[in-house]
Ligand binder design. Structure first.
Ligand code: ADP
Length: 456
């Protein structure tokens, strides 16, 4: 039985894992960088060990130091959270070879799904529809242009190692193709140390709809419904909700996509929590784009709709336990919306706004959940991503969830830094969003037609 877990992460997700451990009666060990001494996860975990300097490369990405800390503190398992080492197959292997359980899928599944071209091939064989595109990676520019022409413009050039919307470029003709391919490859080389790219048909104005899955070590696989993450800026999610407004009106499509998500999970020989991501076009045709082999930022909306604690499920699965429910036992009772609260200035092109939070008061009341590591006097270090919390509001219907989100956003008091709160408030009042009509093209359009001073 797992008795102590090292949390190889920081910020709100580290805190979220501390909370799950405490409820399960499991001890938690925080590891932290010198910049995070004052962080809440460090203060609330049972034990804490400093593993290095402020930069991620000197701390949260140092597998050797994390495993050394695990050995010193005698932990049985490591939860990687998201980002950092969470999708690093070598790290998962190193943990297992030191007899420490990695709370996530087996290394082979991380590796296969981590290469997006291999992932597409794998699920395609299991009958899951994928976006038409190149068979695997393309390297030679001349051949690549031919393939792009065959697929038909517009196409999207994507990094096989991609994540967080980086290494992705759209091309509309032969001339822009060569340039965009070079840009995508260079960006991917810099971000992931792997410049390999592949080509896909660019699906116009799609919705991003993803399915949360859970797979135990006994061969049981279930899905926990979908999340609609179409509200994105530069391919990065800003608002997520469950269920998807598009699928509320298309229950048949939901069933087909849920079955496809389960087939993809089985084809990947998957274990633990994962997300199968699809694009859905206006006609209702859907295409697999990738599988994320970790817990995701937006997992709370699924928790609030199903009542299932996903972090606890991850720990129980890692402990070798059978899922305690079957597909037919999972119910979807509510509508939930998550807003990412980032320390960024939406009125000034989303420039990061690190600094010290003077006063911090977060909303509460019926149907409101705040997952955040922020507090009055907290200094936001400039070394990491800008997300300082997530506001999750839920209610019986989508309309209630939208009204509640607006109400909760209006209660926030955060002094000293700029945040995305005014942007979220404007979106909650926008008729296109309220009608549930947003696609991935929404944000660009919304920002173009909304005066900047609305976000001040
Ligand atoms: P990442 O791993 O970097 O997040 P994804 O493959 O998940 O990249 O894609 C992120 C987003 O990029 C999608 O939600 C969608 O908005 C856009 N996108 C990706 N592939 C396509 C495509 N073939 N057509 C249109 N948009 C796409």
């Amino acid at each position: 039985m797992i008795q102590k877990i090292l949390i190889a992460n920081r910020g709100e997700i580290a805190l979220r894992i501390v909370r799950a451990c405490r409820e399960l009666g499991i001890k938690s060990l925080a590891v932290y960088s010198e910049a995070d001494v004052q962080s809440l996860h460090v203060q609330l975990a049972d034990e804490a060990i400093c593993i290095g300097g402020p930069k991620s490369a000197d701390s949260y990405l140092r597998a050797d130091r994390i495993i050394a800390a695990a050995e010193i503190a005698d932990v049985d398992a490591i939860h990687p959270g998201f980002g950092f080492l969470s999708e690093n197959a070598e790290f998962a292997e190193q943990c297992e070879s030191c007899n420490i359980k990695f709370i996530g899928p087996p290394a082979a599944a991380i590796r296969n799904m981590g290469d997006k071209a291999v992932a597409k091939e794998t699920v395609k064989k299991a009958g899951v529809p994928v976006v038409p595109g190149s068979d695997g990676t393309v390297s030679n520019e001349e051949d690549a242009v031919k393939i792009a022409r065959e697929i038909g413009y517009p196409v999207i050039i994507k990094a096989v190692a991609g994540g967080g919307g980086r290494g992705m470029r759209v091309a509309h003709n032969d001339i822009s193709f060569a340039k965009e391919m070079r840009v995508a490859s260079n960006e991917a080389e810099k971000a992931f140390g792997n410049g390999e790219v592949y080509i896909e048909k660019f699906v116009e104005n799609p919705r991003h709809i993803e399915f949360q899955v859970l797979a135990d070590s006994h061969g049981n696989v279930v899905h926990l419904g979908e999340r609609d993450c179409s509200i994105q800026r530069r391919h990065q999610k800003l608002i997520e909700e469950a269920p998807s407004p598009f699928l509320i009106a298309n229950p048949g499509l939901r069933k087909a996509m849920g079955d496809a998500a389960i087939n993809a999970t089985k084809a990947a020989d998957y274990e633990n929590a994962g997300t199968v991501e699809f694009l859905v076009d206006a006609k209702g045709d859907f295409y697999f784009i990738e599988m994320n082999t970790r817990i995701q930022v937006e997992h709370p909306v699924t928790e609030e709709v199903t009542g299932i604690d996903l972090i606890k499920q991850q720990i129980l699965i890692a402990n070798g336990e059978k899922l305690a429910f079957r597909q037919e036992d999972i119910t979807f009772e509510r509508h939930a919306i998550e807003c990412r609260i980032n320390a960024e200035d939406p009125a000034r092109n989303f420039t990061p706004s690190p600094g010290t939070i003077g006063l911090y008061y977060s909303p509460g009341g019926h149907g409101v959940r705040v997952d955040s590591h922020a507090y009055s006097g907290y200094q936001i270090p400039p070394y990491y991503d800008s997300m300082i919390g997530k506001l999750i509001c839920y209610g019986k219907t989508r309309e209630i969830a939208v009204q509640r989100t607006y109400r909760a956003l209006s209660e926030y008091l955060i002094r000293g830094i700029k945040t995305t709160i005014p942007l979220h408030k404007a979106i909650m009042q926008d008729p296109v969003f309220k009608e549930g009509k947003a696609t991935t093209a929404y944000m660009e359009d919304f920002l173009n037609r909304t005066p900047n001073d609305m976000f001040d």
